[in-house]
Design a binder for this molecule. Structure first.
Ligand code: GLP
Length: 251
C-alpha cells in the first residue's frame, strides 16, 4: 500500500519553521506525555528556537514529554561541540523544562554499537513508540543517517556516512577536526513506525531530493521515498525546495 504525503509549500524557511513548531506545540498540548522523534541539522534550528520561545513565555511545557533523537556520530564524546548530543542540549533541552531522564540519543561512543542500537529500539518501544517524528532530508535523499541503499526495514544501527554527507556537515566541526565517517541512526523501519511524520525541507539544494521523494520510484536508492509507505506524513517545504516538483526539467 502506498500513500501520497500531504505537501504544504510555504513562502520561506521562516514559514516552514513556524508551521512545524505550531504542529509540535499543538501535539504536546493535546498529549503532554507525547513521544517526539527529533532531527538535527540546519533545517530544524528555527523550529527549536520557536519552541524555546513558547516555553520561555510560559505557553508550552515539555514536562512529561519524551524525546528520542534520530542519530548521533560514532565516536564523538557527548560534550564535543559537533555531537548531536551537544546540538540538542544547545538548541532545545537546556532551555526547556524536559526532565533529564526523558531525552535520549543513540550512544555513538558505546563499545558495542549493535547492543547500543538494540537498546535504543527497546527504549523507544518501552516509551510506547514515537508519536510524532520530525525529519529533515539530505541532498542525496537520506533521512536520519540512512544513506542511499539503506534497507526500508532497517533498525537503529551503525552506518557509514556517504562522502557527500561528510562534506555537507563538515562546517559543523571546529577547524582541524576530522569529521566522523560513521554514525548510529534510527533505521528506516524505526522511522516508519512513528505514528505521524513531519518532514521539513528548505532551500534549492534540497529540490531534487524532494522531487525524488515525492514523485520518483519508491526505492532504497532514495531513502526518503520510503515515507510514501506511511499513511500519515506531512511535508513542509519552502518554494525553493519545491521547485523541482512541477515536472519541468530541473538542473
Ligand atoms: C544530517 C542529519 C539529518 C538531517 C540532514 C539534513 O546529516 N543526520 O538528520 O536531516 O542531514 O541536514 P540539514 O538540515 O543541515 O540540511
Amino acid at each position: 500500500m502506498t500513500y501520497q504525503p500531504e505537501l504544504s509549500v510555504l513562502k520561506d524557511g521562516n514559514a516552514v519553521a513556524s508551521t512545524a513548531a505550531r504542529v509540535i506545540a499543538a501535539h504536546i498540548e493535546d498529549s503532554p506525555a507525547a513521544v517526539l522523534g527529533l532531527a538535527t541539522g540546519r533545517t530544524p534550528l528555527a523550529v527549536y528556537a520557536d519552541l524555546r520561545g513558547r516555553v520561555a513565555r510560559g505557553e508550552l511545557s515539555f514536562d512529561g514529554v519524551r524525546c528520542f533523537s534520530l542519530d548521533e556520530y560514532q565516536g564523538l564524546p557527548p560534550g564535543h561541540p559537533a555531537s548531536y548530543h551537544s546540538y540538542m542540549c544547545r538548541e532545545l533541552f537546556d532551555h526547556v523544562d524536559i526532565r533529564q531522564d526523558d531525552w535520549h540519543l543513540p550512544d555513538g561512543t558505546a563499545d558495542d554499537l549493535a547492543a547500543a542500537g538494540a537498546g535504543y529500539e527497546a527504549a523507544i518501544r518501552h516509551a510506547g513508540g514515537v508519536d510524532l517524528q520530525l525529519l529533515g532530508i539530505g541532498e542525496n535523499g537520506h533521512i536520519g543517517f540512512n544513506e542511499p541503499g539503506a534497507p526500508f526495514e532497517s533498525r537503529t544501527r551503525e552506518v557509514a556516512l556517504a562522502a557527500s554527507t561528510i562534506r555537507a556537515n563538515a562546517s559543523e566541526f571546529p577547524p582541524g577536526d576530522t569529521p566522523p565517517t560513521h554514525a548510529l541512526t534510527m533505521g528506516i523501519g524505526t522511522i516508519l513506525e512513528a505514528r505521524r511524520i513531519l518532514l521539513l525541507a528548505t532551500g534549492s539544494r534540497k529540490a531534487k531530493a524532494v522531487a525524488a521523494m515525492m514523485t520518483g520510484p519508491i526505492d532504497p536508492a532514495v531513502p526518503a521515498s520510503a515515507l510514501r509507505l506511511h499513511p500519515a506524513v506531512t511535508i513542509l517545504c519552502d518554494a525553493e525546495a519545491a521547485s523541482c516538483l512541477s515536472g519541468d526539467e530541473c538542473g
